[in-house]
Design a protein around this ligand. Structure first.
Ligand SMILES: [Zn+2]
Length: 274
């Protein structure tokens, strides 16, 4: 599932292809995604220029010259491509946007949890109203140990679910929460409100380091994620504990344990993570 580093890479790639191009024509092949795609056909998009591509959490926002924007989220299996005309249409490509330079922006989603819609931009925040309520960006300076320590006070849930809570900090999904907790030496089952200030510092430092490294490596290809150019993210090779069912801790050699938290498998080393 695309997480923050994957969304960042898709955004960076699209920044090379979309800004300055205008929309010539919109084709919807199969309207059912998280919200129907059919409103795109009547949204009066033809002739509008795409101004920029920005990321917020796992969302991408492509500004339009009339002040509106395209809002995208890749769900479990969303893939976008920019291809020349004549490339055969794939089965699960639901949306084509024909661009003024002849290229075609294509949105593919096999499991239909992705989002693509036209939205307004809230002048006060500079972001679509749909994104109100999102927490801080993990790579922003304001996400620091002090912030995490304050936000975690009186939180009785486990730390893994806490750092995956998008109203606290955005874009840290299961893969990066698992790797961050391992690197910080903190058990995923610890009560968030019981974290010490030094532990919060470690969590923040490791979250930033791992996210930045993953962005640099092009993200993690776990199942469906592909970059815009079709290349696979290479960070999956560097995952130390996520997905290592039946494996051993790369630090101490203990058997990796799995616990279900928030409906997700959480991998951890019972010896290294306290
Ligand atoms: Zn260990």
């Amino acid at each position: 599932m695309p997480e923050l580093p994957e969304a960042e890479n898709i955004g960076r790639a699209l920044s090379k292809f979309l800004p300055g191009r205008s929309v010539c024509r919109v084709e919807v092949f199969s309207p059912a995604m998280r919200e129907p795609l059919t409103p795109l056909l009547t949204a009066r998009l033809e002739g509008l220029t795409i101004t920029d591509v920005r990321r917020r959490g796992r969302y991408l926002v492509c500004g339009l010259s009339d002040g509106r924007a395209f809002l995208m989220h890749f769900g479990m299996s969303g893939v976008v491509r920019v291809e020349p005309p004549g490339t055969p249409k794939r089965k699960h490509e639901h949306l084509f946007i024909h661009l003024s330079d002849g290229m075609i922006f294509k949105f593919e989603c096999t499991r239909r949890f992705s989002l693509f819609k036209v939205c307004s931009i809230d002048r006060a925040t500079g972001w679509p109203p749909e994104l109100a309520g999102l927490g801080v960006e993990p790579l922003d300076a304001m996400f620091d140990g002090e912030f995490l320590w304050k936000a975690s006070r009186r939180r009785s849930g486990c730390v893994k679910n806490f750092i995956m809570d998008n109203s606290v900090v955005v874009g840290i999904g299961n893969i990066y929460a698992t790797e961050t907790l391992f690197a910080a030496g903190i058990s995923p089952e610890r009560v968030a409100g019981a974290l010490t200030r030094p532990e919060c510092d470690r969590l923040v430092r490791e979250a930033k380091r791992i996210l930045l490294r993953s962005i640099e490596m092009g993200g993690s290809t776990i199942s469906d994620f592909l970059n815009v150019d079709g290349s696979e993210g290479k960070f999956a090779r560097e995952l130390l504990i996520y997905g290592k069912r039946g494996g051993v801790c790369p630090v101490c050699g203990s058997a990796i344990k799995i616990v279900r938290l928030g409906g997700r498998s959480s991998f951890y080393c019972p010896k290294c993570q306290k």
